[in-house]
Every structure is written in C-alpha cells, then in structure tokens.
Design a protein around this ligand. Structure first.
Ligand code: TYD
Length: 203
C-alpha cells in the first residue's frame, strides 16, 4: 500500500485539555483539509472493554495486562479506522496513541522496550505533539470522577516519560498552561508548519 494521508498524534496528561484541543484542531484543519478526529481507547470492542472495565475500578489491573489491552485496542483501531482514513488521503488527528502506553504503563514500571515490542505493528505517526500542563494544574481541573490513573504521583511520573520523548525530538512540546484559545492557536501554528512537508499526501 502506498500510504497517503497524514497521521498526527496528540498526547497529554488527563485533564490537560488535549481532547478539547484535538477537536478544535480537527475543526480548524477541516476548513482546508479532509480532517478526522479519533481517540484511544477507541470506540471499538477492545476500547469499549477498557473504558467499561479497566479505568474506574478500585485498583489498577496488572500493568502488563493494561499494556496488552491498550496494544490490542490499537491494532483494532488502526485496522478499522486509522488505515482506511489514511488510504482515503485524510488527515487523521488521533487523541492518544503509543506514547500514552509508553508514558502511563512505562511510568508504572514496564520496560519501554517491551511496550514498543507489543506495539510493533502499530503504524508510526507522521508526527506527535505533547500538550504540556503541570500535573498539579490538571488535577485541579478534573471535576469528574478521577480514574485509577489520576493521582498526582502518577501524573508526575507520566509527564516525566513524555518529556524524555520531547528531549529526544520524538514529541513536539506545545505549552498547554495557558488560555484555551492561546493553546489552540499555538497548536494550530505548530501543526500547519509541520504539515508543509506533507502537502502532497493529503486531500
Ligand atoms: P483519556 O484520553 O483520558 O480518555 P477520556 O478523555 O475519554 O476519559 O484516556 C483514558 C485513560 O487511559 C487515561 O488515563 C490514559 C489511559 N491510557 C493508558 O494508560 N495507556 C494507553 O495506551 C492509552 C491509550 C490510554
């Protein structure tokens, strides 16, 4: 298959505003491109299982089991949604992807190499952005019931892993500790700039 389309990943802590920002970005890009929003855990069978059974219990599953479930969801999501959209030349904005597994399950003790191995079939994104908000701020913002991942200690560790990938140049950091509109503007400008390289692949 010749890959068309562009695959963009948006990452961030829980409560960082990443979903709002990914949706705003998709709407704005839709003015000029065929852009679609999607997210993990996905709406497929495995993603629904994760949402229903793994996020809000008394305690977390064994971390290996979490990582395997997220990896399984990713295979399903990729085959059913991401690849078909890319084949149509769409710009796919994906809210969380392999970096979430590296950051959340990696910071819970799993080796990053093992997480990469079980995700080896997952298509590489063209680029990935990390919306950075301090962990103290994200937890203040979360009004709803907190999931098993949403403690200050967990979020701090998760951010550390994300920042390692920023240092390596695999994630592009956008400052998310600002007004919604300002973050949206910064994210849009960053993505537009990166998209210049891909202008022949998108519809
Ligand atoms: P989240 O984006 O917060 O979903 P929603 O906004 O619909 O509640 O994702 C749910 C949780 O799943 C979040 O705490 C991060 C976690 N997660 C992982 O731990 N590993 C992964 O690979 C993914 C995709 C998510």
């Amino acid at each position: 298959m010749t890959k068309k389309g562009v695959f963009i990943v948006i990452e961030g802590l829980d409560g960082s505003g990443k979903t709002t920002q990914a949706v705003l970005l998709t709407n704005r890009l839709s003015e000029s491109h065929n852009a679609v929003y999607t997210a993990e855990p996905s709406l497929g069978k495995t993603g629904t299982f994760i949402r229903e059974h793994c996020l809000y219990g008394e305690k977390r599953l064994p971390t290996e089991a979490e990582a395997l479930l997220f990896a399984a969801d990713r295979v399903e999501h990729m085959q059913n949604e991401i690849l078909p959209a890319l084949e149509e030349g769409k710009l796919v904005i994906c809210d969380r992807y392999v970096y979430s597994s590296l950051a959340y399950q990696g910071s819970a003790g799993l080796s990053l190499d093992w997480i990469k191995t079980i995700n080896a079939r997952a298509l590489q994104p063209d680029f990935a952005v990390f919306i950075d908000v301090p962990p103290e701020r994200v937890l203040e913002r979360l009004q709803r019931k907190k999931s098993v991942m949403e403690t200050l200690e967990t979020q701090r560790k998760v951010r550390e892993v994300y920042l390692k990938f920023v240092e390596k140049g695999e994630l592009i950091r956008v400052d998310g500790d600002n007004l919604k509109e300002a973050v949206a503007e910064a994210l849009y400008a960053t993505v537009l700039d990166l998209l210049k390289t891909f202008k022949d692949s998108i519809s």
